[in-house]
Design a protein around this ligand. Structure first.
Ligand SMILES: Nc1ncnc2c1ncn2[C@@H]1O[C@H](COP(=O)(O)OP(=O)(O)OP(=O)(O)O)[C@@H](O)[C@H]1O
Length: 257
């Protein structure tokens, strides 16, 4: 699936990553890598450290031990401009979309490009439309406020914003939460096509196993601060790991969601 990229090494590599809050160790030696163009889904119970892991990759949280390489560069040793430069390669779709309700859709989509200062309005509208169309919306939503859109449309606008800066890597935090099955399916399809058509590397956190099965090339399970299993999506049902089995089948005896 990643033919041609094998020589370039992983897009993201976590090596022995430890993150503590006070006495609590949330990440306890994470080793994980994501290949260029790969779609990795991270699953795990509530509070298992999935969001903390993404924040560490983005350099929004400092790790206590270990290294995180993005295209071979260690982001844990970076700060300031250097970190901003690497962050420019990422797009994020946050839980809830995190759109600015005081701004029309087109300003939301181009917010990072215009740095919030305005930019050239005609050019920004053109870019907004281009990206809105990529997520299956049209010009009629450009001047609406996010509150005037349905939850599914808001997610699409947030996705349009995430891809507007031509990211090489996209992070999705619970992209289908709160959507009905049809809208969830269309967001999943968009993620699949972004990875396939634009060659984007994707890391997604989700509790939605239907979504994981649709969008992931590979799934990694986080528990007690460690990756306890990772494998191709086709092996999810035969992982040989009881905890993964319980999680995948939605059994709750060892999982708290
Ligand atoms: N800034 C912080 N200060 C202290 N503890 C934190 C901080 N951020 C996260 N934690 C703790 O780290 C643990 C992991 O949190 P995290 O948000 O990564 O979980 P998660 O796996 O994403 O959960 P969920 O699926 O519910 O979103 C939790 O116990 C949380 O309380």
């Amino acid at each position: 699936m990643n033919d041609g990229n094998t020589l370039s090494g992983p897009k993201i590599a976590l090596q022995g990553v430890v993150k503590r809050f006070g006495r609590k160790t949330v990440l306890d030696g994470i080793d994980l890598s994501v290949d260029p163009g790969e779609s990795l889904v991270v699953i795990g119970g509530s509070g298992s450290g999935k969001s903390v892991m993404l924040k560490c990759i983005l350099g929004l949280m400092k790790v206590d031990e270990g290294r995180i390489l993005v295209d071979g560069e260690d982001v844990t040793r970076m700060s300031g401009r250097e970190l901003q430069r690497v962050r420019g390669r990422f797009g994020m779709l946050f839980q809830g979309g995190a759109l600015f309700d005081s701004l029309p859709v087109w300003r939301n989509v181009t917010f990072a490009l215009s740095k919030g200062s305005g930019g050239h309005a005609a050019e920004m509208r053109r870019i907004a439309l281009e990206n809105i169309e990529k997520v299956g919306l049209g010009a009629e939503v450009l001047d609406l406020r996010p509150s005037e859109l349905s939850g599914g449309m808001q997610k699409r606008v947030a996705l349009a914003r995430a891809i507007a800066g031509h990211p090489e890597i996209l992070f999705f935090d619970e992209p289908t939460t709160g959507l009905d099955p049809i809208r969830a399916h269309s967001i999943n399809s968009l993620i699949v096509s972004l990875v396939r058509d634009l060659g984007i590397t994707a890391v997604t956190i989700t509790h939605d196993m239907a979504s994981a099965r649709t969008i992931a090339h590979r799934v990694a399970m986080l528990k007690d601060g460690r990756i306890i299993w990772s494998g191709p999506t086709s092996e999810l049902e035969s992982s040989g790991n009881d905890y993964v089995d319980d999680f995948v089948r939605g059994r709750s005896k060892s999982v708290t969601i």
